[in-house]
Design a binder for this molecule. Structure first.
Ligand SMILES: [Zn+2]
Length: 169
C-alpha cells in the first residue's frame, strides 16, 4: 500500500506537523493558501485528506488523482502498476517529433517543464497543455482528411466531366 504521506512526497507537497500525531497540515494547491494559513489536512493514521476551504477529500489514491489532475483509475494504475499494465500516458505524449512539427512545435516538446516553475503547479498545467495539443492534433487530422476528400472529389469530377459532356451532346 502506498501511504498518503508517500503520495504527498511524490507530488512535492510539503506536510507540516500539527499538535496531533499522524495529523499533518499543508497548503492546498487549489485554494492557494500561503504562509501560516493551512487549509489542507492530511491524516496518516486514517490515510485521508481534507481541505476545509474547497472541500476536496478522500483517500491516498484520490489524493494522488487530485494532485495530478488525473482520474481515480489512472491514479490507481500509477500507484500500483501491475504486470502488463503500462504507466498511463497521455495520447499527446505518443505523438512523434514529425507529427508535432506539423502542428508547429519544432523546438521542444511543449510539455517539458520549464525551469523555475513550481512542479505541482506545472503538473496541472501540463495536463491542460497535453489536452490542448491532442485537440490540435485531432483537428489537424480532421482538416487533412477533409482536404483529401475535397481533392478526391475534384479528381472524380474532373474525370467524369468529359463523359458528361459527351453524353450531354
Ligand atoms: Zn482547497
Amino acid at each position: 500500500m502506498v501511504s498518503i504521506e508517500e503520495v504527498a512526497e511524490r507530488n512535492g507537497l510539503v506536510l507540516y506537523p500539527t499538535s496531533r500525531p499522524g495529523q499533518w497540515k499543508a497548503h492546498c494547491p487549489v485554494c492557494g493558501d500561503k504562509g501560516r494559513d493551512f487549509h489542507l489536512y492530511v491524516s496518516s493514521v486514517k490515510d485521508t485528506f481534507y481541505c476545509h476551504k474547497c472541500g476536496a477529500k478522500g483517500g491516498a489514491v484520490a489524493f494522488h488523482a487530485w494532485l495530478l489532475g488525473i482520474s481515480f483509475n489512472e491514479a490507481k494504475a500509477d500507484l500500483y502498476p501491475q504486470g502488463t499494465h503500462k504507466r498511463h500516458r497521455h495520447p499527446a505524449e505518443r505523438l512523434t517529433a514529425a507529427q508535432l512539427a506539423e502542428l508547429g512545435f519544432t523546438t521542444h516538446k511543449p510539455w517539458r517543464m520549464p525551469k523555475g516553475v513550481n512542479p505541482l503547479e506545472w503538473r496541472r498545467q501540463r495536463k491542460v497543455m497535453l489536452d490542448w495539443v491532442w485537440e490540435e492534433w485531432q483537428a489537424h487530422q480532421r482538416f487533412e482528411r477533409e482536404q483529401t476528400e475535397r481533392l478526391m472529389q475534384l479528381l472524380t469530377n474532373a474525370s467524369q466531366s468529359p463523359l458528361e459532356q459527351s453524353t450531354g451532346a
